[in-house]
Structure formats: C-alpha cells, structure tokens
Design a protein around this ligand. Structure first.
Ligand SMILES: [Zn+2]
Length: 65
C-alpha cells in the first residue's frame, strides 16, 4: 500500500487473490465473492472488524454470513 506523502491518503494498493487456494479449500462461488469483497475493503484501508460481528471485514476464519 502506498500513501500520499503529504496527506497520508492511500494512493495505490495492489491485492492479488490466489485462486488456487479457492480450489484447494473448495470455496463456493459465494465464498470467493466474500473473499474478494473482504480484500477490496483492505484495499480501501479498512481493518478487520471485531469477532462475532456480521461484517465482511471479520478476520478470514471468523466470517459469519
Ligand atoms: Zn483481512
């Protein structure tokens, strides 16, 4: 992630999703979409949410749909 040096705004972020993990872990299409949404949240600067919430930003193994 790169930040603008004077204002601290996010100016660049690259996220790569390893599709092999989806296949290995047998993620459903819905699970894959949720992972992409979660990673997009990180790209926008969002951190993980608290455990046991309904947020897409829950840590990976604690997502409750
Ligand atoms: Zn995360």
């Amino acid at each position: 992630m790169r930040y603008h040096p004077s204002n601290g705004y996010i100016i660049r972020n690259n996220n790569i999703i390893n599709r092999a993990v989806f296949e290995k872990s047998r993620y459903s299409i819905d699970d894959q979409i949720h992972v992409a949404e979660h990673e997009l949240g990180h790209a926008l600067g969002l951190a993980h949410n608290k455990f046991n919430s309904k947020s897409i930003m829950n840590p990976a193994d604690m997502i409750n749909y």
